[in-house]
Write a protein that binds this ligand. Sequence first.
Ligand SMILES: [Ca+2]
Length: 670
Amino acid sequence: MSLPPREPALASPRPHIPVVGRDPWVLSGWGAIKDSEGAGEPCWGPRDALHTADPSQDPDPGGCERSFRVCPFGAGKLWVRPGALGRDFYRLLLTSCLLLRPCELQADKTSKPNILLILADDLGIGDLGCYGNDTLRTPNIDRLAEEGVRFTQHLAAAPLCTPSRAAFLTGRHSFRSGMEAIDGYRALQWNGGSGGLPANETTFARVLREQGYRTALIGKWHQGVNCVSRGDHCHHPLNHGFDYFYGMPFTLIDDCHPDRPPEVDAVFRRKLWLYTQVMVLGVLTLAGCKALDLLPIPWKAVLGLAGLVALFFLSWYASFGFVRRWNCVLMRNDEVVEQPMALETVTFRMLREAVAYIERNKHVPFLLFVSLLHVHIPLVTTEKFLGKSLHGLYGDNVEEMDWVVGEILGAIEENGLKNSTFTYFTSDHGGHLEARDGHRQLGGWNGIYKGGKGMAGWEGGIRVPGIFRWPGVLPAGQLIHEPTSLMDIFPTVVQLAGGQMPQDRVIDGRSLLPLLLGSVQYSAHEFLFHYCGMHLHAARWHQIDSGRVWKVHYVTPQFHPEGAGACYGRGVYPCSGTGVTHHSPPLLFDLSSDPSEAEPLSPDSEPLYDTVISRVAQALEAHRQTLSPVPHQFSVGNIIWKPWLQPCCGTFPFCSCKEDEASTPPGPDP
Ligand SMILES: [Ca+2]
């Protein structure tokens, strides 16, 4: 895999692509209100003149029934069809709307774009062709980028699954909802734990459903299930605004694969197994001594000790010995439909669900959040893709993921929804450098960026792909280097749906529509703060007047071995304690000239050093004023497995069921 050149970050192999702020569109005015082929009658005018209230009765179902009301002009309303407009004209309308009345994008159901969000799991930014990779084949995602806008400084709010997704769903840092660790566990460990996204959090799905959207999550959740009893589903997707769910309430882990070594609490489990063996050996020794009359102890005592050892073993094995059964579960809405989940067909089944969802909702606005199981270990890959990439099992899995994305995009196009669908693709954080099988790399590639999954400060942990497509509205092939966040998706889609932002809480995300439409040149994020658990590790300052992006590190992980760029052999990298280094004075980098964070600046090498440190400290102090304590969802009491919370089909603890084989769809053509 070749390293892309330095800035622009993960540079485009297509240098002619226009860049916001350097080659903006020129608005050409009000002329070209034609269909996409430049023919036909203009698709605008009073709404009633355009289509009937019932889309099924619409004589032009592929046309104006998907119209999009943009904003009032004078006393009337103007209705336009995205695909029918000249791009400049449409962009002007939307820009005017944003400037005049930010939420005027609201209208009835037929006026809203569909929203398709695709989130990859653990995908490195350097794994996609459109971000500079020239050895992995990702033609479908590359095409998405060519037809849309690609962000180069798109940042996860946290470097691990659960907190990053909590922030993505709510538009605010995960510690604001308690979905971050103080120390210890940094992600939910069990379906049977009581921690999870609190019911009083507002997801974008909830807001969009209130705006008349159908809302679905297909794929991974990893935000908890139950609180106090099995089936209360307080953290379940259906309790967070999704009206359809098909997928894993947890996440793929090595334990889901019968041939892979255990992953959940693997070190702790090895210790428990060792303790059990020592205890058994002790009891056997006692029994032998008793049998040979070497020790004057009664048999009752020996049997009592044996019983205690058995109890100890059963108590831990009941949870850890059945990790696959407890955690690798497939649900449809409230119901467990497969336990443990069969890996061979799960990709096809989830894809089938996504395609079917698009098909049956094509006449109403929908939010479809496809949360891919790719490319998390154990890298479940179907036969068609095995051994086909240049990068082993990981590469095979990336290429299969691209095929899945292509099939979903194909369904959008086949149903005539391409121009009325706002599509987004990203990853929940950077590639997992420590995922290895011996010397075989099983994790992603973060390109020129230092660090990876688990590391909150270094770019490799948090810089992810960010691709947006909305043909006819957003420009094709545009590149934006501004700092943006996964948390921005919340306000962006809420604005698209005409919803209201929650007013009773801090929202850290900012709508990307002005940036996407080119009505502004700069991100709304002058500062971004990068947390590892509850610990601030770094801060970023986009100094607009100079165009420079500064990065200040207060805490960094200790690589193992030193200088390795990762923490090999040490399990999950810690956010605090002996595994990190505190920097006083902090490390300072200029990402504009040093995106790999290779050369820390000093007062001698950078005249602005003190100014930058001081300005960022000032912003940090203001940021800290917005923090308030909340219950911790990752406390030991919430994290541990509780039998009474375990999702289960059949009779507990023999939970077992299998989804109807006849409904298993065929895979891709060989
Ligand atoms: Ca992940």
